[in-house]
Design a binder for this molecule. Structure first.
Ligand SMILES: NC(=O)c1ccc[n+]([C@@H]2O[C@H](COP(=O)([O-])OP(=O)(O)OC[C@H]3O[C@@H](n4cnc5c(N)ncnc54)[C@H](OP(=O)(O)O)[C@@H]3O)[C@@H](O)[C@H]2O)c1
Length: 324
């Protein structure tokens, strides 16, 4: 099979297509003939040598795929050869074939293409986990989603809208904010032109929940915007590893919770529970059109370096997808 090879620390244009022998699925796994894979920041960080896969996982890049089941492990129930599926792997997604825990896949809704499906799992499961499994966001609450046009936040806007939440977003351009608005965000802040905490105060917007990927000087400003007993879930540190002086008076006064989270290194059982809960409540909403995949660009696997560059330059609005 073909796969995308890389040397740690290489440039995006040095990613290359090579060949390897595909594996047979273990008893609890299914084999997938991969038609498309999603590109994530974790992949660009892994390429740069900054984010190794969890121990024992494939060294090949790639966290999410869509394709057709072509082999079923002896202990697997519920899936058969020929099923159209998408899901998460902890590594190895940039390949024409993967073996995946049979509990970490979902059926592709009939109206969704392989390319669009390849971009659903990482962002929607992450958004679902952050908003509901960790954040316990309730109907009608107010949420602030930073990097509004990031894949995860575009998914979070749609999920929060199903709970009639009031949704504020920050982003760097009017195009990105317009996309957030089209999906249901109502408070739109261009963070390059306005301090988001001042702008939200002016709009009388207090957040019960904040999804943050930036850290740094966002932390204290998040606390200013947060409602009493609110939660901030931190998923990344796009402005650097160390946050500025935490204002403990704000933290205590708001009785705030700040929680970090990951998805990739969660246990298989934990991920399986997320998949079960997400597919029961939200997969049917892709059939009805209430939830939509958010694909920025689809390109051939040979051009995966272009996708890495686009992601690293913050040019994408939603998912970058590669097809075989
Ligand atoms: N911990 C987890 O479980 C988990 C799971 C999935 C993803 N993640 C992380 O969560 C983040 C979002 O993922 P994604 O795939 O949705 O990302 P994405 O689609 O690549 O979007 C990221 C966006 O963040 C904004 N951004 C970048 N640097 C920034 C900075 N210094 N300050 C403010 N905004 C900045 C940019 O939008 P603007 O142009 O608007 O600035 C960029 O387009 C990534 O860092 C990813 O690695 C974490």
């Amino acid at each position: 099979m073909r796969f995308v090879a890389f040397e740690k620390g290489c440039e995006p244009q040095q990613l290359s297509i090579q060949h390897m022998t595909p594996k047979e699925p273990e008893a609890h796994q299914v084999g997938i003939d991969v038609k498309a894979f999603g590109v994530n920041r974790a992949d660009t960080l892994q390429r740069q040598g900054k984010y190794p896969p969890p121990p024992g996982e494939s060294e090949v890049l790639g966290l999410e795929v869509a394709g057709v089941v072509d082999n079923v492990g002896s202990a697997v129930t519920g899936w058969k050869v020929g099923d159209r599926v998408f899901g998460l792997v902890a590594g190895g997604g940039y390949a024409e074939h993967v073996c995946v825990d049979s509990r970490h896949i979902m059926r592709i809704p009939d109206s969704v293409s392989f390319a669009d499906a390849a971009g659903i799992a990482e962002i929607f499961i992450t958004a679902y986990q952050s908003l509901f499994a960790i954040g316990d966001v309730k109907s009608g609450q107010s949420v602030l989603l930073h990097a509004g046009a990031s894949g995860v936040s575009l998914a979070a806007i749609q999920l929060a809208r199903t709970r009639q939440c009031r949704i504020a977003v920050t982003a760097s351009s009017s195009e990105k904010l317009a996309l957030c608005s089209s999906l249901g965000a109502t408070e739109l802040i261009d963070y390059r032109r306005h301090d988001f905490a001042d702008a939200l105060k002016e709009a009388s917007f207090g957040a019960d929940f904040i999804l943050d990927y930036v850290a740094g000087d966002y932390l204290n400003r998040n606390l200013k915007v947060l409602n009493q007993d609110g939660k901030i879930v931190c998923l990344a540190m796009l402005s650097g590893r160390f946050a500025d002086n935490l204002d403990m008076a704000l933290l205590l006064g708001k009785r705030a919770t700040i929680q970090g989270s990951t998805l990739r290194n969660r246990t298989d059982d934990y991920k399986a529970r997320l998949f079960t809960a997400f597919s029961a409540e939200f997969l049917p909403l892709f059939d009805s059109g209430e939830l939509k995949p958010v694909t920025d660009t689809v390109m051939p696997a040979e051009e995966v370096g272009v996708a890495h560059l686009r992601l690293e330059n913050n040019q994408s609005k939603g998912k970058l997808i590669c097809t075989w």
